[in-house]
Design a protein around this ligand. Structure first.
Ligand code: SF4
Length: 72
């Protein structure tokens, strides 16, 4: 499966389901932005950009990645 992109106002989040090891680090750390009961399950605009970045930095598999718009 290809990497999917979830676009936000200040940050885009990408996710590759093939390499996710379901450690649930993202769901536990930041449930208001990562919630598998919502569609889409990634909602980058729900929390400050820095929190998204920190959470993704802790994704153990590299399934989640981000591009901050202020880095472009
Ligand atoms: S933190 Fe990364 S590996 Fe863990 S469930 Fe989320 S996307 Fe998958």
């Amino acid at each position: 499966m290809a990497r999917k992109t979830y676009r936000g106002r200040d940050i885009d989040v990408t996710f590759d389901a093939d390499i996710c090891i379901h450690a649930a680090e993202c769901l536990r750390r930041l449930p208001s932005a990562f919630d598998i009961n919502k569609r889409p399950w990634v909602q980058p605009d729900n929390v400050p950009t820095d929190q998204i970045q920190t959470t993704i930095d802790h994704c153990p598999s590299g399934a989640l990645k981000y591009v901050r718009h202020d880095d472009e």
